[in-house]
Each structure stands twice: as C-alpha cells, then as structure tokens.
Write a protein that binds this ligand. Structure first.
Ligand code: ADP
Length: 396
C-alpha cells in the first residue's frame, strides 16, 4: 500500500498544455477515480503516475519516494488498460504469470500467487483455458489477475471496463469494489463514466480542461459541487441551470419566471449580483406533490416525456412554443424534471412546478464558483477566506 502525491504537475505537449498545476494527495489504500470529459487530461495524469509519460514540471511521489524520474518498473505499480492485450497462444495460467516468469520466480511461489489471484477474480478452474475460449469479461479479469500477481503497491486502471457491454460493466463495477476491499491496495482509476466514478470510489477527482475541479467523496461532489462544471458533470440527468440576479429578497431569473426567496445576506451575496441557479431534475416537483420547503410555483408546459419505467423524465418549457436551444437548453427556459412513474403527467399540458429549496445551488455567473448549497437555510460556501480574514471582517 502507498500514498500518491502529485505536486504542481504541469504537462505540455508542444505548445498545448494538457495538465495545469495539478495537486493531488491520494491516501494509502484509497480508491480514487479521475473523471471528466474526453480530452480533459485523465489518461495523461495516470500515465504520469505510471511513468509512461514525464511531467514537464512538478514532482510525483509514491509513498515517501520521489518517483518523478523513475521508469515504470521501479515504481511498484501495476496497470490495467482498456485494451487488454492477452497472449492469444498462451493459456490463462501463462498469461497471468507472464511477468513473474520473466523475473524467474520460484515455481511454487508463482503457483501460489496465480491461484490466489485467479480466486480473487473468480477464474478458478479456468487456468488452462485459452483467451479465445473466454468472454470479454473473463478476459478482462485475466488482465486484472495479471496485475494482482505482481502484488503492487498501487493499481492504475485506465478505462478497464470501457469495452464491455453495459450489463457486464455493472457486474464488473461490483467486482472491482470487492477486489479493492479484499486487496486494500491504493487504486487510481480513470473513466469518463460518472456512474463508475460514483459507485466505486472513496473519492473522485473531477478534471476539466487539464485542471482539477474538485476532489471529494462522490456524494459531496453531488450535494456540494465546487463549481458549475462539477454540478453539471456529476448527476444524471444533468442539473438545470438558470441565469438571473440577486434581488433584496432572493433570486429572480432573467426570464422573470423563477423566484426563490432567501436572505442574500445569509450567503454574503449582494443585490444586483449576477448568479446562476442550479436545480437537479429530481428536485423539480409538481406543485400538488410539494412537501417541505419549496419555492414559489413556476408556470410551465410539458414538452417531451421520456418514461423510463421506474421514473419519468419530463422536459418542461417556461413559455409555450419557444424554440429550445440544443446547446444551452436551460437558457431558453427548458427545465428537466424527474418524477416517479405514478405521477399523472401528460405531454403538452400546463403544469405548475416548485423547486425543493433545501437542494438548490447558487453559482457566481462569472467565476462559476459555488456560492451556496441549499437555499432553505442557505449554507454559504467558504470561498477561501481565511479564518483570520473572517475574524478581521467581524471586528469591523
Ligand atoms: P483524457 O484521458 O481525459 O481523454 P488525455 O489525457 O488523453 O485526455 O489528453 C489530454 C490532452 O492532451 C488532449 O488535448 C490531448 O489531445 C492531448 N494529448 C494527449 N496525449 C498526447 C500526445 N501524445 N501528443 C499530443 N497531445 C496529446
């Protein structure tokens, strides 16, 4: 087991900056997932930890050791990639033990490790199979077993489930969680799939455009996203956003159709400030079903409906007949609502909805940083003011 520390990492490819000032502290035995859209720098980051790519500047430590200049084989890591390259003419035993054979391992010790690894990924009894006789999921488990037998301090996994079909991917998600609790090894995992990130990780590191946006437990990223990017990326279907401004009594949207009452002073925002309101589809509620602290009703029309069986996605528009901008549906008044399957909604009907105030988010319109989470009793987001500054302010 080992910690992994990335300190002021920068990676340039020619004149392109792939990673900008990345600082990450991964704890001993932790499962951390790097998540973000394609091209954000996830693979570059994990390849730098592996030693397959050198950072342009900055330091990487595994445990106490500075590994920045070490080759991959000296870092105590094992990698599993999206494209598993098994030897087609070797059986499962030889595929799993290949790395150990190269290092002239004692046969009895090799047998022990292979059997234990095969047991961990449930491949017992298949050691003499050829890769062509196995399913995609089984082959992926061979690749994982091959990494396990090396008994690494750190596992690095780059989209290992991307080539599997949806059902198998869900199955392997639970397998990987079990593997982590059994091995207790530090795991860094790369995916663009937020479902994998949310379900498996102790913490997720959300990356966008080469910059770390937030590193926190999955539910903290969901309930307290650090900024608008994280808010929009984590959670499916995505959060609705509405531009507007702070009024003396709370928030009013640009369209004038959405009002939220709260005390601006409680979160340290001032009248006239441009902000973005965020509400998740599951926190948009037909007015008849409203319970608890909710906003004033918003008049909408149901547009498109997507019945999923266990839930219904309802696309609402705040003015009938308005063309919805595909690039920015929220800006043209579209609000996505997620309701239970029994909710009596039909297409093209008038519907008053309210928002659950305890689950609303406010972001600065310019910096996109979060200002508050939960507007029933608003929780101000600490924007980096030190306690010394706060004390000085309260003395004024
Ligand atoms: P992700 O894994 O999040 O999809 P990558 O780490 O692969 O993203 O890429 C981050 C950025 O670096 C992208 O803009 C990509 O085009 C660029 N990049 C990655 N590898 C190379 C390379 N070998 N040469 C030039 N640019 C690269």
């Amino acid at each position: 087991m080992a910690t992994i520390t990335l300190q002021n990492i920068r990676k340039e490819y020619g004149s392109d900056v792939a990673i900008e000032n990345m600082n990450l502290d991964i704890r001993d035995g932790e499962f951390v997932t790097l998540v973000g859209p394609s091209g954000c720098g996830k693979s570059t980051t994990i390849e730098m930890i592996a030693g397959l790519t050198k950072p342009t500047s900055g330091t990487i430590r595994i445990g106490e050791r500075d590994v920045t200049a070490l080759p991959p084989k000296d870092r105590g890591i094992a990698m599993v990639f999206q494209n598993i390259a098994l030897f087609p003419h070797k059986d499962v035993y030889d595929n799993i033990s290949f790395g150990l054979q190269l290092r002239d391992f004692d046969k009895a010790e090799m047998d022990r490790r292979v059997e234990e690894a095969a047991d961990t990924v449930q491949l017992n009894g298949m050691l003499d199979r050829m890769p062509s006789e196995m399913s995609g999921g089984q082959r992926q488990r061979v690749a994982i077993a091959r990494a396990i037998v090396r008994e690494p301090d750190v596992f690095l996994m780059d989209e290992p489930l991307a080539n599997l079909d949806a059902e198998l991917r869900v199955h392997m998600r639970t397998q990987l969680q079990r593997l982590h609790s059994k091995l207790d090894t530090t795991i860094v995992y790369v995916t663009h799939d937020q479902a994998q990130a949310m379900t498996m990780s102790n913490r997720i590191a959300v990356i966008n455009d080469g910059r770390l946006q937030q590193i926190d437990p999955p539910l903290t990223c969901y309930h307290e996203p650090a900024n608008r990017f994280v808010a929009g990326f984590i959670g499916s279907p995505a959060m609705n956003f509405m531009r507007g401004e702070i009024t003396p009594t709370g928030f009013e949207s640009e369209s004038g159709r959405v009002d939220v009452e709260f005390d601006p002073a409680a979160i340290g925002v001032s009248t006239g400030q441009d902000v973005t309101l965020g509400v998740r589809p599951e926190h948009v509620i037909p007015v008849e079903n409203a319970v608890g602290e909710v906003t004033a009703p918003v008049e909408t029309y149901t547009d498109v409906m997507e019945p999923m069986g266990d839930e219904i996605f309802v696309y609402l528009v705040t003015s009938r007949g308005e063309t919805v901008d595909m690039e920015d549906p929220s800006a043209s008044g579209q609000i996505l609502m997620n309701v239970g399957p029994e909710t009596p909604v039909e297409a093209d009907q008038q519907l008053s909805v309210v928002f659950d105030k305890t689950n609303l988010h406010l972001f600065d319109a310019d910096t996109e940083e979060a200002l508050a989470h939960g507007l029933a009793e608003p929780v101000r987001v600490d924007t980096g003011t030190t306690s010394a500054d706060a004390e000085a302010e309260s003395d004024d």
